[in-house]
Design a protein around this ligand. Structure first.
Ligand code: CDP
Length: 218
């Protein structure tokens, strides 16, 4: 059972993916961490963030055991990730790990930008989470503030817009909803309401197959 959750920065997809995985007893992979970790490894080794050769080499050698790293959580790491994420060979190098993860039993939830379109085109349910750039910037601003990062709102909004443009504008695996994805606009939803809506959408999509009976559906 594979659930694909895609969407732009700070749309709430990461929180939703974790909650959904927990609810059904599935594994969860935040695929953004893979790109963040590649960018981290490139810079730590002394290369520029946009050094294609280094990015490809570090993507091929990425150790998934290093994804649980607080240094990957900040705004700068997300921005650096979207630079290496434009490189087709980097994306290709990270594909096998993501696909193997998606096959974990009893099921997996993967969140990112291209899960429904490229990584898992045959996912059982696909949700594309959206929200206006302003509300996403507000959420990201509060999240950064709670971690002691005092970036002003206007700067956060500008970064969100820039990242949206980079992620949707790239030639390889641009961020876009799969044709069979269900759109979930969280602009006016708090996390509880968004979570309930997402579980409802997933159950409507796959519940009739009884495929979730082994998971925690209650
Ligand atoms: O948490 P947030 O949405 O800000 O970012 P993220 O999901 O950690 O992703 C960071 C960056 O990695 C994105 O802006 C994308 O450029 C890239 N990414 C991607 O290209 N494909 C994915 N499946 C996941 C992330």
């Amino acid at each position: 059972m594979i659930i694909a959750i895609d969407g732009p920065a700070a749309s709430g997809k990461g929180t939703l993916a974790k909650r959904i995985a927990d609810h059904f007893g599935f594994h969860c992979l935040d695929t953004g961490l893979l790109y963040r970790a590649v960018a981290r490894d490139v810079v730590r080794a002394g290369f520029r963030g946009d050094d294609t050769w280094a990015a490809v080499a570090y993507a091929r050698g990425l150790d998934p055991a290093t994804l649980d790293d607080q240094a990957l959580r900040g705004a700068a790491a997300g921005d650096a990730a979207s630079v290496v994420a434009k490189i087709p060979e980097v994306r290709r190098a990270l594909l096998a790990y993501q696909r193997a993860f998606s096959r974990r039993e009893p099921g997996a939830v993967l969140d990112g930008r291209d899960i429904g379109t490229v990584v898992c085109p045959d996912a059982d349910a696909k949700i594309f989470v959206t929200a206006t750039p302003e509300i996403r910037a507000e959420r990201r601003f509060l999240e950064l503030k709670s971690r002691g990062d005092a970036s002003p709102y206007d700067k956060v909004l500008a970064m969100i817009r820039e990242r949206d443009a980079r992620d949707s504008g790239r030639a390889d695996a641009p961020m876009k909803p799969a044709d069979d994805a269900i759109l979930l606009d969280t602009t006016e939803l708090d996390i509880e309401t968004a979570f309930d809506a997402a579980v409802g959408l997933i159950l409507r999509k796959i519940g009739h197959r009884g495929a979730l009976q082994t998971g925690k559906t209650g």
